[in-house]
Design a protein around this ligand. Structure first.
Ligand SMILES: [Zn+2]
Ligand SMILES: [Zn+2]
Length: 429
């Protein structure tokens, strides 16, 4: 059964998906009492919104309360009105909407878009054109330099070929990679993916022993300089051991994407990375205790660290099962993995589908299909793909397989992150 969402639910969805909600101009006719409730609901959500109005008094009120909101003016337009709007608005982004002549706008009694009016508007703000319902209309909108259009749905964004990003790759700024970022770029183009994020290791557990911050700054600067299809990221490990330092790194470099990882578990007063542990000495019971602690550390990271994507969930199995051939039944940990999945869903953190183990001794996705399936059952939809490549030729490795599995499980989109906001890309096989 389809249910119409409440405003708060729609705003929450927008907040979690990084969308902006443009609120209709009908709200300007609300009573003061209704407006207060409405504004409170918007403010509480933290969503990015645009207020649409024909009324400069209403715009004043909305802008004063929401200095980061977009203002969409769709009333009568002449140069005096544009000057007035510009004076009212200090920080808010201003969009001015004009109707395009067509049968669906012939009832409108404000000036229609034409070349000279559009040019004037663009001196004062961004130009919105409505209602664009066919390709001719779209051509007109392009000709007039529209920054944004309104369409009843006939006009869809162009999808240029494969738009998949590899959201987890390493370069020589990581301690365990020698990869030149330009080789990564070349490899990504050969693979036919749209781009990739450089997410070098920041193993925060070592921050008191060595400088883990400078390499990450350099990595991010390099990604920003390369620009275009290269996104700036970081893979932060063990953030729970030095929370302040982790916060400093995360907020320090204008990242597009922050990955959260557990590489070293706090187990028996040790925090050795699991890649360096000899699990053949562990009893079955110890393995269970170790994994149990792994999931607990992960949950603490999720609750206390500001990151976007949960990386390679179940990664210790790469060593326990892959390297040492010890079979583990993950069903035993279903309670813990459920809590983790629910927590990331609630917090709007994406689940990474990590392909780095494909064609190795542990030849599965991380996490594997049963957990991905469970994530979907619990309402999860934010997924990224990460090859975790440490050499250029592993960029986007196994993505075709991963995408076909995700599609089979009923997922429609895969996401990448720009400015720490998730951007959906349709899964096309
Ligand atoms: Zn990792
Ligand atoms: Zn990694």
């Amino acid at each position: 059964e389809t249910q119409i969402p409440l405003l708060a639910e729609a705003l929450e969805f927008a907040k979690n998906t990084g969308l902006t909600v443009k609120l209709d101009n009908k709200i300007q006719y609300f009573s003061d009492f209704q407006t207060d409730i409405f504004f409170d609901t918007v403010e509480k959500s933290g969503a990015h919104v645009g207020f649409t109005s024909t009324d400069t008094e209403y715009i004043k009120k909305a802008a004063a309360r929401f200095p980061n909101a977009e203002i969409h003016y769709d009333g009568y337009v002449d140069e005096n009105r544009l000057i007035e709007l510009r004076e009212i608005l200090k920080d808010n982004e201003l969009y001015i909407w004009l109707p395009v002549p067509s049968p669906v706008t012939d009832w409108v009694n404000v000036p229609m878009a034409d070349g000279s009016l559009c040019k004037t508007v663009k001196k004062y703000g961004k130009l919105g054109l409505w209602i664009i319902s066919d390709t001719d209309g779209l051509e007109t909108a392009k000709k007039f330099g529209a920054d944004i259009i309104e369409t009843p749905g006939q006009i869809k964004p162009e999808n240029k070929g494969n738009s998949i990003f590899d959201c987890h790759t390493h370069t020589h700024f990581s301690h365990d990679s020698e990869c030149d970022p330009h080789d990564s770029l070349k490899a990504s183009k050969e693979r036919g993916i749209a781009g990739f994020a450089i997410t070098d290791h920041c193993d925060i557990e070592y921050c008191k022993l060595q400088d883990v911050k400078t390499p990450i700054k350099r990595s991010a600067d390099c990604a920003h300089e390369m620009g275009g299809s290269v996104l700036a990221g970081v893979e932060i490990g063990e953030s729970i051991l030095h929370k302040k330092d982790a916060e400093e790194v995360i907020s320090g470099s204008n990242f597009d994407i922050v990955l959260g990882s557990v590489h070293a578990v706090q187990y028996k007063n040790q925090t050795l990375p699991y890649s360096k542990i000899d699990f053949s000495c562990f009893s079955a019971d110890e393995i269970n205790k170790y994994l149990s602690k792994y999931f607990d550390d992960m949950l603490e990271m999720i609750k206390t660290t500001d990151f976007d994507v949960l990386s390679h969930l179940t990664c210790p199995l790469r060593y326990i099962s892959g390297k040492y051939g010890i079979a583990v039944d993950l069903k035993k940990f279903a309670d813990k993995t459920d809590i983790i999945l629910k927590e990331i869903i609630n917090r709007g953190i994406a689940l990474e589908i990590n392909t780095s183990c494909l064609d190795t001794a542990y030849n599965v996705l991380m996490p594997d299909i049963p957990i991905i399936k469970r994530y979907k059952e619990l309402g999860g939809y934010l997924l990224t793909l990460g090859s975790d490549a440490h050499i250029a030729k592993r960029i986007a490795y196994g993505f075709d397989y991963a995408l076909s599995e995700l599609s089979r499980l009923g997922f429609k989109n895969i996401y990448y992150y720009k400015n720490r906001k998730p951007i959906p890309q349709e899964i096309k096989l």
